[in-house]
Design a protein around this ligand. Structure first.
Ligand SMILES: Nc1ncnc2c1ncn2[C@@H]1O[C@H](COP(=O)(O)OP(=O)(O)OP(=O)(O)O)[C@@H](O)[C@H]1O
Length: 603
């Protein structure tokens, strides 16, 4: 409960901070709209009593009735005006608030360490608070104002009823207790259901997205996965829906019970009114007004209880939202230093007993890895699938904080350098590089967004990697949109995309270059071209490239062979061939493809 009030307080502060005008207007409207029901009731009572006077031929009652009708009209129009203006400013503010909240959420998402993206809990949390943040966040605050309005209405009705008889007040107040209890119980249950359903809802959403995603469309047809995936989506979806319906069914049954209890209270109040008519001198207008006031009181209590319950439920969402902004996993947010990166690198990069274990893994993926890459050296890292090559690069980049050992750039431990400094000085293109559905120009300049306007350098990078040759053929050149996600853009082949990604790396031009399988998707001509230009592309740069092609690895000054998370061998091509170990075995195996006579079919 304390947390709830703390969260609600935080939400109020957030709303006040971003919408002082909205809060002020809402308080004003709350007060004005709160007294509308009692004002309407009073005018109605007076009107009925005046009309009753008319029936008894009281001539002065004509003008009084006319004034009362005008007053009734004025109240109705003013109330409608207030309500509509309020809805409009609510909607406008909701959009603004939604923007602020999404901004805060995105801010958190881009600032968390990459390791969070390996945690399903992080995704579930993100998913739970995504969508309609503005409405969901504002709702409890608006409801607080509505409660204020209901309380003003309630207080005015109770004052009126108290002026008739105190027992009417007591009866109306007692009716509030069961309503309050039932509504808050279901509010909490609904929130916990959403909480517990999130993993399955994400599964259903992911499966549905596969079914309408362009990229998966091909495989889904070729492997006839459509029906299987449809069933999987449907099962999860229906299971979730069933649970929601089950809860709704229980809630609606409880509502019937509540209505019965309310009706009982109303019956009791009716009995008191009849008794009052018999024992006091109530006029016909007073009689109608008392009946309406009893009903109005119960309505206001019901509304207040309902609003309290939904505030409770929505505050849980707000709490969940703030928890996301504060989301931290112990040990993952290692405080990084702020030292600048050594420029130029003089000695090189040193891996000193580096180990790394993924958050969700039982064993170390990198195990006591030690080696030195000298400044300006070109090093190839080879090794079988899953041996830890990409993980090693992610640790090098500071994307994953090492679990043991240390990485040094010259004498500076990686821990002491600011991440942005590392990103600026090391350019990396991963094998699963991004294919942005934007223009070719944007795809290249994203390598160094601060130099976005340097067109000449962008074109030079494109020429270096061979991308320029196909860009020329497009009518809009570098302003051609790629992919079909945002526009009817050009579809590139895998190799063409790779040339664009390489151009991005060239444009970034860090003093250290890391290329993870840089030519995997290139045709033999293009691959040869990239390797021919390799010396020029990586001139004056310390370069690490990961490759499964042993022929490519030969070009490196030195080769590091990874096996099962460890450095198995290290040396020049000649040294490793002489060693006749893992590298020599892999090299011979690939060479066999081109030399083994039995692989040729004589025609
Ligand atoms: N995010 C992750 N969470 C848990 N384990 C991971 C994660 N990413 C990779 N791994 C595991 O770490 C090991 C090394 O993976 P890594 O991608 O570094 O291998 P690799 O040598 O680059 O392989 P490949 O040649 O296939 O690209 C693998 O066993 C893999 O399953």
């Amino acid at each position: 409960m304390t947390i709830l009030f703390t969260d609600l307080g935080k939400a109020m502060r957030f709303v006040w901070q971003h919408g002082k005008m909205w809060v002020t207007a809402s308080v004003l409207f709350m007060m004005l709209l709160g007294i509308v029901p009692i004002a309407t009731l009073w005018v109605m009572k007076e009107l009925i009593n005046t009309v009753a006077g008319l029936i008894q031929y009281q001539p002065q009652a004509y003008s009084q009735a006319l004034w009362l009708l005008i007053l009734q009209f004025a109240i109705t129009v003013s109330a409608s005006l207030l309500q509509n203006v309020q809805r409009l400013i609510d909607q406008t503010f909701e959009f603004r608030l939604d923007h602020h909240l999404q901004n805060a959420m995105i801010g958190k998402t881009i600032s968390v360490p990459l390791t969070y993206f390996d945690l399903p809990d992080f995704y579930h949390h993100l998913n739970r608070i995504s969508g309609n943040q503005g409405t969901r966040f504002l709702s409890p605050v608006s409801n607080l104002f509505l409660i204020g309005k209901s309380l003003i209405t309630l207080f005015s009705y109770l004052t009126f009823l108290f002026s008739i008889h105190w027992s009417l007040v007591l009866l109306s107040s007692l009716a509030a207790v069961p309503i309050l209890l039932v509504q808050s119980k279901f509010g909490v249950e609904r929130f916990h259901l959403i909480y517990q359903q999130t993993p399955m809802a994400r599964d259903a959403k992911y499966t549905a997205s596969l079914l309408w995603d362009r990229q998966s469309a091909k495989e889904i047809r070729l492997f006839s996965l459509g029906e299987h995936l449809r069933r999987r989506w449907s099962e999860k979806y229906i299971k979730n829906i069933k649970e929601v319906i089950k809860l709704s069914r229980r809630q609606h049954s409880a509502n019937i019970g509540l209505d019965a209890v309310t009706a009982l209270f109303y019956g009791g109040a009716a009995g008191i009114i009849v008794w009052l008519i018999r024992t006091t001198s109530l006029k016909i207008g007073d009689f109608v007004a008392v009946g309406q006031a009893v009903q109005g009181t119960q309505g206001a209590i019901n509304q207040t209880a309902g609003l309290f319950a939904s505030i409770y439920q929505e505050s849980l969402f707000i709490g969940d939202f703030f928890r996301f902004l504060e989301y931290e996993v112990p040990g993952h947010d290692k405080q990084k230093g702020t030292r600048p990166f050594p420029v130029p690198l003089e000695q090189g990069i040193c891996f000193d007993n580096v180990s790394y274990r993924y958050v969700n893994s039982e064993r170390d993926t990198l195990r006591e890895v030690s080696f030195m890459i000298h400044a300006g050296e070109k090093v190839a890292i080879v090794g079988e699938n899953g041996s830890g090559k990409t993980t090693l690069v992610k640790c090098l980049m500071g994307l994953y904080p090492v679990s043991g050992g240390q990485i040094y750039f010259d004498q500076s431990p990686s821990d002491e350098l600011a991440n942005q400094e590392i990103y600026k000085n090391i350019t990396v293109i991963f094998q699963d590089f991004m294919k942005y559905a934007y223009t070719i120009r944007e795809n290249i300049v994203f390598g160094d967004i601060e130099k976005i306007s340097e067109s000449e350098r962008m074109e030079a990078a494109s020429v270096q990697t061979g991308a320029a040759s196909f860009v020329q053929r497009f009518e809009k050149g570098y302003d051609t949109m790629l992919g079909r996600f945002l526009a009817d853009g050009e579809d590139l082949s895998g190799g063409q995309w790779q040339k664009i990604a390489l151009a991005r790396a060239m444009f970034a031009s860090g003093q250290i270059m890391v290329l993870d399988e840089p030519t995997a998707a290139l045709d033999p001509d293009a691959e040869m071209e990239v390797f021919r230009q390799f010396q020029q592309l990586t001139q004056n740069k310390t370069t690490i490239f990961i490759s499964h092609r042993m022929a490519a690895a030969r070009m490196a000054d030195r080769i590091i062979v990874m096996k099962d998370g460890r450095v198995a061998e290290m040396g020049t091509h000649l040294e490793l061939t002489m060693l006749d170990g893992e590298y020599a075995r892999m090299y011979r195996m690939q060479a066999q493809w081109f030399t083994d006579k039995q692989d040729y079919v004589e025609v």
